[in-house]
Design a protein around this ligand. Structure first.
Ligand SMILES: [Zn+2]
Length: 374
């Protein structure tokens, strides 16, 4: 091990704990995802202009120091689309999606755990998280295997292969892919870079909100719209809001508006039914249909309970968008000069008519990853 890990994993469901350097990839008691026991320090706005021009400038708030194998991630631009809605261009990240924010954390963690503990990194993904993990593994010199559903966009699988990762295509849906990765995750020497189960990923995605806080001069817009499949950007955002508020760095907390594709919207359904979790699996009658928004087509997100609570506690809500709205939003953004993949336009599709106070939507994956949807 190269650097001692001073934090531990903690299960949000039952309080089980495990040291970061010797933990299984999920809670051994309930099989659920981990949280990280980590108290973010206070980031001072005045100190920032002199710092590195990447997400690593928020050093006090991050559980790892700067990576030896970074790619200049973070600090994406904010552009106004209407008087009320601005877009943060997270498709301008090194691998063209916001997942780089979390992937750099996971791969840096794997590197620090050392070659005796980590001989290979595996990830499962609908495409973009796997691409991001593959790229950072390439940068760090770590062997990588990425599991994807067989229907994943060819441009995404090409990007994964180009970074030297081994690609495993799995028959069936996104959940079948996750199960295949989990079966491999327990093999000795394997680090499972799960963007869903490993909380370091959320401590990376939270920098999305730290950047907004800096951009807005030490406050946040009234509303943050966030796409939700597994909820990794939304939960990262909620974490950042809690840290900034807890450290007295913001006086008002934004409402979190979660956006799902109507075709696969288990959380929106649960939220509007007043539920605090998804129904038990055997009762799940939630119909899912094919959707252009492949990156958020998650029928049973493991962090469902946390996502529902984060949105409810913020005073926000869930919105859903149809396939026609996704198509129209992609064309509308392209006509404004921004070419974004269908998953990445979901928040704009939901918020383009928004006229209440200031809101920010992420445009989180590049159009070049999928092409224009018919
Ligand atoms: Zn547990």
């Amino acid at each position: 091990m190269l650097t001692p890990m001073t934090t531990t994993y903690r299960c949000p469901a039952d309080g089980a704990r495990a040291p970061v350097d010797a933990a299984p990839w999920c809670c051994p008691r309930c099989g659920g995802p981990w949280d990280l026991d980590f108290d973010a320090g206070s980031v001072q706005l005045a100190a920032l202009p002199h710092r590195v021009d990447s997400l690593w400038r928020y050093a006090e708030a991050l559980p790892l120091g700067p990576p030896s194998a970074g790619l200049g991630e973070g600090r994406t631009p904010l552009v106004a689309l209407t008087p009320s809605v601005s877009a943060k261009l997270d498709f301008l990240m090194p691998t063209l999606s916001f997942k780089d924010r979390g992937a750099v954390m996971l791969v840096e963690l794997a590197r620090r755990l050392g070659p005796e503990r980590v001989r290979r990194v595996i990830a499962d993904s609908s495409g973009n998280a796997g691409t991001a993990v593959a790229a950072y593994c390439a940068r760090a010199g770590l062997p990588c295997v990425v599991y994807v559903p067989e229907a994943t966009s060819p441009k995404k699988t090409e990007q994964i292969r180009a970074h030297g990762a081994r690609l495993e295509r799995v028959a069936g849906d996104r959940e079948a892919t996750a199960l295949a990765a989990r079966a491999a995750a327990d093999e000795p020497g394997t680090f499972y870079a799960s963007h869903v189960h490993n909380p370091y990923f959320l401590h990376g995605t939270k920098t999305y909100v730290y950047e907004l806080w800096e951009e807005y001069g030490g406050r946040l817009p009234e509303t943050l719209a966030l796409p939700v499949g597994n909820g990794t950007l939304l939960l990262g955002a909620a974490l950042a809001v809690a840290e900034l508020y807890g450290n007295g760095l913001i006086g008002e907390r934004p409402a979190l508006v979660a956006v799902q594709a109507e075709a696969v919207s288990p959380l929106a359904t649960a939220f509007h039914a007043g539920a605090d979790d998804l129904p038990p699996r055997r009762e799940t009658a939630t119909a899912t249909a094919p959707t252009l928004a492949e990156g958020i087509a998650i029928p049973r997100p493991p962090r469902a309970r946390q996502i529902l609570r984060a949105v409810r506690d913020s005073g926000g809500t869930f919105l859903t968008v149809t396939e026609n709205q996704l198509r129209a939003a992609q064309r509308d953004l392209a006509a404004r000069g921004l070419f974004v993949e269908p998953t990445g336009v979901a928040c704009w599709a939901a918020m383009s008519g928004w006229t209440d106070g200031p809101a920010v939507v992420p445009l989180c994956g590049a159009g070049a990853k999928t092409g224009l949807s018919a």
